[in-house]
Write a protein that binds this ligand. Structure first.
Ligand SMILES: [Zn+2]
Length: 443
């Protein structure tokens, strides 16, 4: 109970032993996937890969990638779940969907009782590392809907023995009041919504920084590892902010931030193999190089996942970059964006994450949006900002500096800044969608 590690043995396993464990688990996964999932059997047969093909971690590269498009095609060809399922539908106890960003069809997933135990186990690595203990009162600012989100985190708190307060049906104002009234110590939300709650608290005169909350655990958006956004959350809440990241396709989190806050997240290396590749060539990239993360997951029985191309951009660094002692490697800066996120504006690469880090350094800004449109055949990018109500700082006070900062960080590319009317920009409880690219929809 006094250990800083949820799984002291595996979280401190020497790297060579971790690799041996991964190889053994991978071989078992290949047997299971090829015997039980028609989707994987087809692909593995085509590539002539069996468990016996794998004798070292490098042999992983013989296994073909899995893409979202393939998964979707399998689902469309064979509704509702495609031929990925490795267990009969009767084994499932819950149905979830991907959040369907960019208007795409959602992927559908099923999980069994055993899967849910594993899902909550992975979350427990992260919650325990953030300091969640049986004495904590944990508030979930989460809608408990078909999006998998914090469901697994809820069950992990039950495993740890913390008191859970669900708030699915509550308004933002009700949530703020309950967090204060119930002496909540830990709040779980997306980074955007953690800031929204803080804003609502200040409007209601609730002093969150003086409340019992000492941990804010975020997930669902890359912003949890943007230093400026994290600093803002920590300042408003008077609490430490811990990032986690997972995806519906994998059922749970794959990485978490420890209490040493090394500026990134530890990969749960005993439950996954996380590779980083060049998204164009598929070749592996080394420590310190940015690439696409590719995930092989050992824990989900209903849906085996082999080398899934996530489209997430990451930079992996060795475990000893952090002083906590864990031997799990680290994604520096967390999820740094999506492969498809990049905007090309008049020849310059622009990442929404870079804009967010600049906007969040202006405390008087409440919400923002990135609008891209074609004006007189020229691509124009405008950062629209909504100022905090009651702030003594006006848009006029910051607009010059904001525009200069944006320009300086983008090879002197001119961006426009504009004030949006109070309450006019969309607010988000789940994944924030702040880029409005009107160039593509016109085509
Ligand atoms: Zn650490």
């Amino acid at each position: 109970m006094n250990s800083p590690f949820w799984n002291p043995k595996n979280e401190n396993l020497p790297r060579a032993d971790l690799e041996r464990l991964q190889v053994a688990k991978l071989r078992r996964l290949l047997v299971d996937a090829s015997e039980r999932s028609a989707f994987h059997r087809r692909k593995l047969d085509e590539a002539a890969v069996t468990a016996d093909s794998i004798t070292s971690i490098d042999d992983l590269r013989r296994i073909p990638f899995t893409t979202r498009d393939e998964w979707m095609e399998a689902q469309d060809a064979n509704p509702m779940f495609g031929d990925l399922l490795a267990r009969p539908r009767e084994d499932a106890i819950r149905y979830h969907l991907t959040s369907g960003t960019s208007g795409r069809n959602p992927l559908r997933v099923l999980d069994s009782r055993k899967d849910w135990q594993w899902i909550s186990e992975c979350w427990a690595y992260g919650f325990w590392a953030a300091g969640v203990r049986p004495t904590d009162t944990v508030f979930f600012a989460f809608s408990y809907g078909s999006f998998i989100g914090f469901w697994g985190a809820h069950y992990c708190c039950e495993r740890i023995g913390s008191l859970v307060i669900p708030s699915g049906n509550m308004s933002t104002d009700m949530r703020v009041r309950q967090i204060a009234e119930m002496d909540v110590t830990t709040v779980c939300a997306t980074p955007t919504y953690a800031l929204r709650l803080a804003q609502a608290a200040s409007e209601q005169g609730v002093d969150l920084a003086g409340s019992a909350v000492d941990k804010v655990i975020v997930s669902g958006e890359p912003a949890g590892s943007i230093p400026e956004t994290k600093a803002l959350i920590e300042r408003h809440w008077g609490a430490k902010c811990f990032d986690t990241a997972g995806m519906t396709e994998l059922g749970t989190i794959c990485m978490f931030e420890c209490s040493h806050q090394p500026g990134g997240m530890h990969v749960i290396d005993d439950h996954y193999i996380e590779e980083v590749i060049n998204p164009d060539t598929g070749d592996p990239v080394g420590y310190g190089e940015r690439g696409e993360r590719v995930v092989t997951s050992f824990g989900r029985a209903m849906i085996p996942v082999l080398r899934y191309k996530t489209r997430d951009l990451v930079v992996k660094v060795p475990h000893d970059t952090c002083s906590c002692g864990r031997t799990f490697d680290i994604y520096e800066g967390g999820i740094q964006g999506r492969v498809d996120d990049m905007l090309l504006i008049r020849g310059t690469n622009v990442y929404p994450r870079a804009i967010e880090s600049i906007v969040r350094s202006f405390d008087a800004v409440d919400e923002f949006q990135i609008l891209v449109e074609t004006i007189d055949n020229v691509d124009e990018l405008t950062v629209r900002v909504e100022m905090k109500p009651g702030s003594s700082v006006t848009f006029g006070d910051i607009c010059g500096e904001l525009q200069e900062d944006l320009k300086e960080h983008h090879e002197m590319l001119r961006m426009n800044v504009a004030e949006a009317e109070r309450g006019s920009l969309p607010r988000f409880e789940l994944k924030a969608k702040r880029v409005v690219d009107n160039r593509r929809t016109k085509a």
